[in-house]
Design a protein around this ligand. Structure first.
Ligand code: NAP
Ligand code: ZN
Ligand code: ZN
Length: 366
């Protein structure tokens, strides 16, 4: 019908380019080489040739449609939201970047920009839900957005971050999700000197949580299910490491924590952590397991404890975190892989066998 849908007419008018990527075709498919379309940069856009992309456990949840009820996956799915690369093209209205600059993209590529959260730079809490870097609605080409397991990405400059050329780039990529997702709640709950903080799980998020909590001056205790990670936990900044299967060790910490950050990706017992909180202590969930977790209300009431959630971080705080990392020489511990190793990396994530973030060298895609 002539002119009936101005949005699709606009989408058709936008040119696109074909780009190599790694995609999942269905919840049970292995990720495989594929091609996707990216828009030709518009006036506000930046085209970034991707150098490294971190592998978040969310990529696995999403590729396998494990968050079906909250965020159903549209296929093909190209995951990846820990992106660093080099700017190759800029639109005419771009002011923050020029060709040749380093640049980074995290979990979001747009938002409504008008609601209270967006105006506060907390676009992750946008009233209209932010446009996620992958599996979001592509407002330009139609269909869904595709993430960083790809040769390049085109993003509005408002959602592009600056990264320091002093930090190792592969080790910087995970800061864009694992970094800010742990930095943000630790800042929000004003974690610092004089507080006892627990980090649950030593994976991608957890190891950044240990680094940040210790950099902020807190007394940090790491809870891990992997006895083989005890020495690393201490090296990364934990003052004490508790193997959480050891009930006697857990009991020693009852009623002693101000704050606990739970980064676990799978089913586990939250209630044992509530018992470790002091009066008015907070357990904040950043881990996002597939299924609901049972909560014993009597773990909360007698000590006025709180349970909370936190989602990634906004553009303002992501930049603040990247600048903090550059100033304090903080990066992620990574195992760089080729794109062809992604399925094996997912299997290792499921076995908690990651030290402590897989990062894809995107040169392997070309
Ligand atoms: P990851 O690297 O796989 O780490 C998860 C860690 O959890 C594992 O290394 C393991 O640590 C622990 N763990 C795994 N299975 C467990 C079990 N059954 N019981 C107890 N502990 C277990 O994952 P990640 O990339 O850090 O992501 C963690 C979770 O956060 C995922 O669910 C992810 O989707 C979510 N996430 C949320 C946000 C947000 O905005 N809130 C952002 C990014 C990611 P140990 O070996 O030390 O026990
Ligand atoms: Zn992530
Ligand atoms: Zn908004």
């Amino acid at each position: 019908m002539n002119g009936a849908n101005p949005q699709s007419a606009q989408q058709e008018a936008i040119g696109s380019q074909t780009v190599k990527a790694y995609a999942a075709a269905s919840p049970s498919s292995r990720l495989a080489p594929s091609t996707i379309r990216r828009r030709i940069p518009g006036p506000q856009d930046i085209q970034i040739d991707i150098l490294y992309c971190g592998v978040c456990h969310s990529d696995l949840h999403q590729a396998r449609n494990e968050w079906q009820s909250a965020m159903p996956t549209v296929y093909p799915c190209v995951p990846g939201h820990e992106i660093v690369g080099r700017v190759v093209k800029t639109g005419g209205a771009v002011t923050k970047f020029k060709a040749g600059d380093l640049a980074a993209v995290g979990c979001m590529v747009d938002s409504c920009r008008r609601c209270v959260s967006c105006r506060a730079g907390e676009e992750q809490y946008c009233d209209s839900f932010p446009t996620l870097t992958y599996n979001g609605e592509d407002k330009h080409l139609g269909g869904v957005t595709y993430g960083g397991y790809a040769e390049n990405i085109v993003v509005d400059e408002a959602f592009v971050l600056r990264v320091s050329d002093k930090l190792n780039l592969a080790e910087t990529a995970p800061l864009l999700c694992a970094g800010v997702t742990t930095y943000s709640p630790l800042r929000h709950w004003k974690i610092g000197k004089g507080q006892k903080v627990g980090i649950v799980g030593l994976g991608g998020l957890g190891h950044m949580g240990v680094k940040f909590a210790s950099a902020f001056g807190a007394e940090v205790v790491l809870f891990t299910t992997s006895s083989g990670k005890v020495a690393d936990g201490r090296r990364l900044g934990a003052h004490e490491v508790v193997v959480s299967k050891n009930t006697a060790e857990m009991k020693k910490h009852e009623l002693s924590f101000d704050f606990i950050l739970d980064t676990v990706s799978a089913q586990h017992d939250l209630n044992v952590y509530l018992e470790l909180l002091k009066r008015d202590g907070t357990l904040t969930m950043v881990g996002a397991p597939e299924k609901p977790l049972p909560l014993a209300i009597f773990g909360l009431l007698p000590k006025r404890r709180q349970i909370a959630g936190s989602s990634i971080g906004g553009t303002r705080e992501t930049q603040e975190m990247l600048d903090f990392c550059a100033a304090h020489n903080i990066t992620s511990e990574v195992e760089v892989i080729r794109a062809q190793q992604i399925n094996e990396a997912y299997e290792r994530l499921l076995k908690s066998d990651v030290k402590y973030r897989f990062v894809i060298d995107i040169a392997s895609l070309k």
